[in-house]
Design a binder for this molecule. Structure first.
Ligand SMILES: Cc1cc2nc3c(=O)[nH]c(=O)nc-3n(C[C@H](O)[C@H](O)[C@H](O)COP(=O)(O)O)c2cc1C
Length: 362
């Protein structure tokens, strides 16, 4: 009798466990979503369907190009995906937001960009313009500023794909010019297809939509969906050995006449990064002037007088979604090498402090 009771209990436990597992496997949300995309050469559409696959086909998420959307009213949340042009989303995306602003303000919004530059500690200095923070999520700063009433819950700056032979004349010219002007060189030179996309960012973004918007568990084994992006197209038709994808190094020093640039990362979070930089500034008599502050990074002008001349170091500390548990730093001085020695010494002192106690990740 006792044996039979324990056998029945075991069966009940198994049934309960199995139904819990089944419920988890098919967990779905009742929320209805719209993913609206604007792409010029197609890469943003590739990532749109990739994001949808991770969010899960069991969840209602309509994927539509801008001209297919006549209303956003039926949806609980809207994901906006845009190619990056001239350091931000395209004009049609701004027009879309303006058209549906009243409705969008009542919804949860997520926003991702396909872009060329992904390093969110990057400062761009080109002749005739003020040095400024660019790349990845930084291209959404203008959206944050213009639309403070949008409830932007999840954002991503993924990187992207640039297929040189398909570009129109005007685009080709612009890209060529940027390559010539960029102080740090153009990574796409010599390639037919240049890529910068960081797959982990797409995965982190889609899983954040699952957790923050849909209230679901993050999806595991997300690597299985990378086929939405991977392709056999070679980096160069003339030289198929050329790789399409060369990740930008997290640790680097560039010491040339027009630039001193140093980049590294340590274990820790943004608060630690800020704290250590403040300690360094105090010890070395450097004034930190905050230019931009977001939940993931801070951009400072670090100013100090050497002799009669005041020098500015463009200093960024940032966390990256694809490198959890670390905080990154970039120091840039655009002054000529001659007379820059004091600045270089102070940057090296900052790094000594940042990297101390075995914090540096190489
Ligand atoms: C004319 C032109 C301007 C661009 N401007 C930027 C830019 O300001 N910042 C950036 O990171 N990427 C820029 N890109 C790179 C694209 O955003 C990137 O290649 C993207 O993956 C292309 O998306 P699509 O295939 O959906 O059109 C530009 C590309 C072109 C052709």
């Amino acid at each position: 009798m006792k044996k039979r009771v324990s056998c029945i209990s075991a069966i009940i436990v198994c049934v309960v466990l199995l139904s819990a597992v089944a419920a988890f496997a098919t967990a779905k949300s009742d929320k209805k979503g719209l993913l609206v995309h604007n792409s010029i050469y197609g890469s943003t559409i590739e990532t749109a369907y990739w994001v949808k696959a991770i969010i899960g086909h069991e969840n209602q998420l309509d994927v539509k190009a801008l001209p297919q959307v006549i209303t956003v009213e039926p949806y609980d949340y809207v994901i906006i995906g845009s190619v990056t042009r001239n350091e931000g989303p395209t004009q049609p995306i701004y027009d879309f937001i303006d058209t549906f602003k009243a409705d969008l303000q009542k919804k949860e919004i997520c926003f991702f960009l396909n872009c060329g530059d992904t390093d969110e500690t990057m400062i761009l200095k080109v002749p005739g313009a003020k040095a400024h923070l660019i790349a990845g999520r930084n291209y959404l700063l203008d959206v944050f500023e213009k639309y403070p009433d949008l409830d932007l819950k999840v954002i991503g700056g993924f990187g992207g794909r640039q297929v040189m032979p398909s570009m129109g004349t005007k685009d080709n010219l612009q890209i060529w010019l940027v390559g010539k002007l960029a102080k740090e060189g153009a990574p796409w030179e010599g390639l037919d297809i240049w890529e910068s996309l960081v797959p982990e960012r797409v995965e982190a973004f889609a899983n954040e939509v699952r957790t923050k918007i849909l209230g679901l568990e993050p999806r595991e084994n997300v690597e299985q969906f990378r086929g939405y992006w991977e392709s056999e197209q070679p980096g160069s038709l003339k030289d198929a050995s050329k790789k399409k994808f060369k990740p930008k190094p997290f640790t680097e020093v560039v010491n040339i006449d027009k630039l001193y640039y140093s980049r590294s990362r340590i274990k820790g979070d943004l608060d630690l990064g800020i704290n250590l930089l403040q300690q360094w500034a105090k010890a070395e008599g450097v004034t930190l002037e905050e230019q931009v502050k977001t939940f993931y990074n801070v951009y400072y002008h670090a100013k100090k007088k050497y002799g009669e001349k005041e020098f500015t170091v463009h200093l960024v500390t940032s966390t990256l979604p694809d490198d959890p548990g670390t905080v990154h730093f970039s120091f840039r001085c655009f002054e000529k090498a001659e007379g820059r020695t004091g600045v270089e010494t102070d940057i090296q002192k900052a790094e000594k402090l940042l990297w101390a106690d075995d914090r540096q990740v190489k």
